[in-house]
Design a protein around this ligand. Sequence first.
Ligand SMILES: Nc1ncnc2c1ncn2[C@@H]1O[C@H](COP(=O)(O)OP(=O)(O)OP(=O)(O)O)[C@@H](O)[C@H]1O
Ligand SMILES: [Mg+2]
Length: 218
Amino acid sequence: MIRFEGVERFYGDFQALAGVSFEIGKGEFVAVMGPSGCGKSTLLNIVGLLDRPTAGRYFVDGADASHLTDAKRTLLRRAKIGFVFQAFNLLPRLSALENVCLPMSYAGVAAHERRERAETLLARVGLKSKTRRTPLELSGGERQRVGIARALANEPGVILADEPTGNLDSRSSAEILDFFKELHAEGRTVILVTHDAGIGSMAGRTLRMKDGRLQQNP
Ligand SMILES: Nc1ncnc2c1ncn2[C@@H]1O[C@H](COP(=O)(O)OP(=O)(O)OP(=O)(O)O)[C@@H](O)[C@H]1O
Ligand SMILES: [Mg+2]
């Protein structure tokens, strides 16, 4: 479902990814771990079609995504991938409901359906009574729950999260992790970047990185 073949990513002269190859099957729960600066976010951004390799190839569902135009990559991302960020990345002027609606409006979902789906998703993450609040009126854990609802808006098969509990206390972290477990149990592919070995141990498999390389090729 996701395959990297010798992926490299340079930032100017600096090589952030060096010949990274792996495959992740549908429905796997994979943790990506390694020291700060080793290339975890760089790797996840390529998996999430937010960035492209400098060299090498990347496949999603058998289709080569490495040479797509930006517009086509965006379409593919919208159809297949939900992204959850460490810093939440919600739009501050929009309500929780509007933040969750946004990816659906880009995908052309009709207004009434957007609203209905967003309300269902926010209820699912326990925010039924707070859909009108803006991010500043929510706690960190609640903001991340909005982030998860937004990631699910277009019903992606793949959920990616870059240190989704990095800004949360242990109780909120545990709640957020339960949602990822649930999404995995529903059959979605979940790929999670984390520094936390406890979180890593929840995953079915761990990709360990060091200096832009995978330490053990699975
Ligand atoms: N836009 C950029 N321009 C130049 N260098 C970058 C850029 N983004 C990342 N890097 C460099 O690439 C390397 C890998 O960065 P990356 O963000 O992938 O690390 P990471 O493993 O996610 O680290 P952390 O655990 O601290 O989030 C780092 O040395 C970083 O400084
Ligand atoms: Mg990072």
